[in-house]
Design a protein around this ligand. Structure first.
Ligand code: HEC
Ligand code: HEC
Length: 435
């Protein structure tokens, strides 16, 4: 099956976007040459060995690689294929309308939009054992976990929480566990220590991926030199002399989307692919790599192109005042020490993408390299109202209880919140409920 049931969530928006889609599709067909010549879809032909690409580096960032170019329309169309073009055009009909959850950024170029639409299909596609799924995996598609309120969102069922553990042979490292096994292969055994991780939403992550390291490093204060009680640590990762600031994952363990997506494909679905770092072989009958670079680039284009969820429009004047007051109080009591409204020009993110010690209550007992057990990345709060459960392991069901778990570096802000008179506290919760 190509479409997962999760895509049904956006069907209401389809009709409204189809006119625009048709226009775009027509434009692509008529003026295809300049648009498609450099399309990411066309950059690598099906079945092409990705290692043969100029500058290919399995650990690298695609943006840092030279793009093959100058091949002109015949090569581009050959690479795209009639089948892919048909899928790409059909996929436009299903795209959520601007402003709806799961819609693309409005800054995407036509070729990025084509790749986004094709990537959305791949994101929802359930892989089969014959295509390399497994032998150990959690779910057969990205969209089976990242589902609510639209493709790219949060998990909808308890089984979308993944389990991590510290393997006996890798002390101090956290590794994901896979629950499902194909055939006679035994399920993976957990080490003595285990933790839960919720499926986070992916909306807006492309904007965060594009931030330069300095925009994040500017707010780091690992030894709390300014004495405000809020530190903020960076997780430096990389090979050799090239160190990058990791910004993805609850422990900031990955530094760019391309690698995270490759890791998710391999670890959640058991599919070896050219975007994942490290060992690229598994023990099923399907030859590695099981997913090609074309598919990975499409999924990358989809995740990278997802627009952040927008704040709820508050129509009632009285409600608007309460939300505005809550926003001001949120800043005044120091929540913005970590939940920064803007980061490097990206508005409305309410995160610093740094690791903070949130105290013993949120100590999951598992270090992940330099990110120690009590440290968590400040989650962006955009789209908060669409998350049914909160915190890294989904232990909280509403913002008030999530605040209750804050401690450590956030102890002062929490104490100020609890000391506020009831109406002020309510206004902060109203503001959070509008995000
Ligand atoms: C079994 C459920 C599951 C599946 C399937 C899954 N994910 Fe995830 N995803 C998660 C969880 C859980 C996390 C959080 C991991 C962490 O915090 O370390 C996550 C995190 C991510 C992140 C980083 C988010 C952030 O804010 O830093 C990206 C990007 C991502 N997934 C993309 C994908 C893609 C692309 C696929 C398909 C190739 C996929 N995921 C498949 C559960 C899943
Ligand atoms: C020292 C940094 C810091 C401060 C200050 C801080 N937070 Fe947080 N906040 C975090 C981190 C880190 C998490 C994630 C913890 C986890 O996943 O277990 C979080 C999680 C949350 C969440 C849940 C989001 C989600 O998706 O799960 C909400 C809501 C929240 N904070 C609101 C607030 C409010 C309101 C304040 C002010 C009273 C505040 N925070 C102050 C760092 C901070």
């Amino acid at each position: 099956m190509i479409w997962s049931t999760h895509s049904a969530a956006s069907s209401g928006a389809s009709a409204r976007s189809s006119a625009a889609a048709l226009g775009l599709a027509g434009a692509l067909l008529l003026a295809g040459a300049p648009v498609l010549a450099n399309a990411p879809l066309a950059a690598v032909a099906h079945g092409h060995d990705p290692a043969a690409l100029p500058g290919y580096d399995p650990d690298g960032d695609p943006r840092e690689r030279p793009q093959p170019g100058g091949e002109g329309l015949p090569r581009a169309l050959e690479a795209l294929g009639v089948f892919d073009l048909a899928i790409g055009l059909a996929a436009f009909y299903a795209l959520p309308a601007p402003g709806e959850p799961g819609a693309p950024l409005d800054t995407l170029s036509p070729r990025e939009l084509l790749a986004f639409a094709a990537g959305r299909v791949e994101f929802a596609r359930e892989f089969k054992p014959a295509e390399g799924l497994g032998p150990h995996f959690n779910e057969p598609s990205c969209g089976s976990c990242h589902a609510l309120p639209a493709l790219g969102g949060v998990g909808s069922r308890p089984e979308h929480v993944i389990y991590v553990h510290e393997p006996a042979d890798l002390p101090g490292e956290t590794v994901g566990l896979r629950r499902q096994a194909l055939g006679a292969a035994p399920p993976e055994l957990a080490g003595p220590r285990r933790g839960r991780r919720r499926t986070p939403p992916l909306f807006g992550l492309g904007l965060l991926d594009a931030l330069p390291d300095e925009a994040i490093a500017a707010h780091a204060d690992p030894s709390d030199a300014d004495g405000d009680g809020v530190a903020g640590a960076l997780n430096r990762k990389g090979r050799g002399s090239v160190l990058r600031f990791a910004r993805f994952g609850a422990k900031c363990h990955e530094w760019n989307l391309w690698r995270f997506i490759g890791g998710a494909m391999r670890d959640e679905m058991g599919l070896t692919n050219p975007a994942a770092a490290g060992a690229q072989a598994d023990i099923d009958a399907v030859a590695d790599l099981e997913v090609d670079a074309v598919t990975m680039r499409r999924i990358d284009a989809f995740v990278r192109g997802l627009a952040p969820l927008s704040q709820r429009a508050v129509r009632d004047r009285r409600d608007r005042e309460v939300v505005a007051k809550g926003k001001a109080m949120f800043a005044a009591i120091g929540c913005v020490g970590c939940h920064r409204e803007a980061l490097g020009g990206v508005q409305g993110v309410y995160s610093d993408l740094l690791l903070h010690d949130l105290g013993a209550g949120l100590d999951a007992g598992l270090d992940d390299g330099p990110a120690k057990a009590r440290f968590w990345r400040t989650p962006p709060l955009w789209g908060l109202r669409h998350r049914p459960r909160l915190l890294h392991d989904e232990r909280a069901t509403d913002p008030a209880s999530a605040i209750g778990w804050h401690d450590g570096e956030a102890a002062k802000a929490k104490a100020r919140f609890l000391a506020l008179p009831e109406p002020e506290r309510r206004s902060i919760l109203a503001f959070l409920g509008s995000l």
